[in-house]
Design a protein around this ligand. Structure first.
Ligand SMILES: Nc1ncnc2c1ncn2[C@@H]1O[C@H](COP(=O)(O)OP(=O)(O)OP(=O)(O)O)[C@@H](O)[C@H]1O
Length: 287
């Protein structure tokens, strides 16, 4: 059974920005949503999350559930959404902010199992040491990790991540993408991640979907679907592809950048300062 998005149309005012998109995400599958700025990725994700309303098409889960028609609380038990921008409530510490992910499950008071979910999610995102800190004191990257932990604490069947690593340093980018992949597999979650880094998408996702001007123009395994022609069409950039440890990798080319004609050795050779040599020689001659 899958998350099925069929001929989805979403717009703002009279302007459609998602124009008949059709895609599916299987349980246990992490799908990368790729496309240039403004191509409609966030709009599509927010529509699945029930934040935006579609004007056409359907979103179904398990073959029958029309997600758009579900009450908020029921929807929150199925779908967790990590927004692109960080908007954390004032006056909460991190643990309480993560606990917000559990609110669809408890009445007035959190139960022990709710706190267990909170601790597990915080630990997965490396937040254990920060639990008592106020969310107002966090850096952008720490705040982003809190939002992801909140979504994991929600124990969703569908996980929607909108550029979740944009504020993270390389360590937490990799940790977060690994966690997203592990959770997806272990808990049989259907996960969609909007992501700009094509190389990370190739490494961590099972499949990618390219949105271009609101339409799905390509989808498949990164190694099958990435091509210089497709990337030129979507981003207007010339690239070369290579394989690294079995993953396809993308290298932008530039007419101003000749490194692909003159490879720089790595690690680089020690810098040679010709003037320094000259001075030394001159020194010897004058001695
Ligand atoms: N709240 C809004 N009101 C009006 N237009 C909007 C709104 N949000 C997005 N848009 C427009 O919809 C189009 C798609 O935006 P969207 O944020 O979905 O793209 P995106 O692919 O997620 O972009 P990015 O990679 O920059 O995050 C853009 O032209 C954008 O200007």
């Amino acid at each position: 059974m899958t998350l099925k998005i069929d001929s989805l149309v979403v717009g703002y005012g009279k302007r459609d920005v998602v124009k008949g998109a059709t895609l599916q995400v299987g349980k246990g599958e992490l799908v990368g949503l790729l496309g240039s700025n403004g191509s409609g990725k966030s709009t599509l994700i927010k529509t699945i999350a029930g934040i935006n309303q579609q004007t056409g098409g359907t979103i179904t889960w398990n073959g029958t559930t029309d997600l758009a028609g579900l009450p908020r609380r029921e929807l929150a038990k199925i779908v967790a959404y990590v927004p692109q921008s960080i908007g954390l409530s004032f006056g909460l510490d991190i643990r309480e902010a993560v606990l917000l992910g559990r609110t669809p499950y408890f009445g007035t008071r959190p139960r022990e199992e709710d706190w267990d979910h909170v601790e597990t999610a915080m630990s997965l995102l490396g937040l254990d040491q920060l639990g008592d800190r106020s969310v107002t004191e966090l850096s952008g990257g720490q705040g982003q990790r809190v939002l992801i932990a909140r979504a994991l604490a929600q124990d969703p069947e569908i996980l929607l991540l909108d550029e979740p690593t944009s504020a993270l340093d390389i360590r937490y980018q990799w940790q977060t993408l690994n966690v997203a992949r592990q959770i997806t597999r272990k808990k049989n979650v259907a996960a969609v991640i909007a992501i700009h880094d094509l190389n990370q998408a190739a490494r961590f996702t099972d499949r990618v979907v390219f949105l271009h001007d609101g339409e799905v123009i390509a989808e498949g395994r990164p190694a099958d679907v990435y091509s210089p022609e497709l990337i030129k069409r979507v981003y207007g950039v010339d690239v070369e592809l290579s394989a690294y440890k079995g993953f396809v990798q993308v290298h932008p080319l530039s007419e101003h950048d000749e490194t692909h004609h003159r490879p720089v050795p790595f690690p680089p050779a020690p810098a040679v300062n010709p003037d320094a040599g000259q001075l030394e020689l001159q020194g010897r001659y004058t001695a």
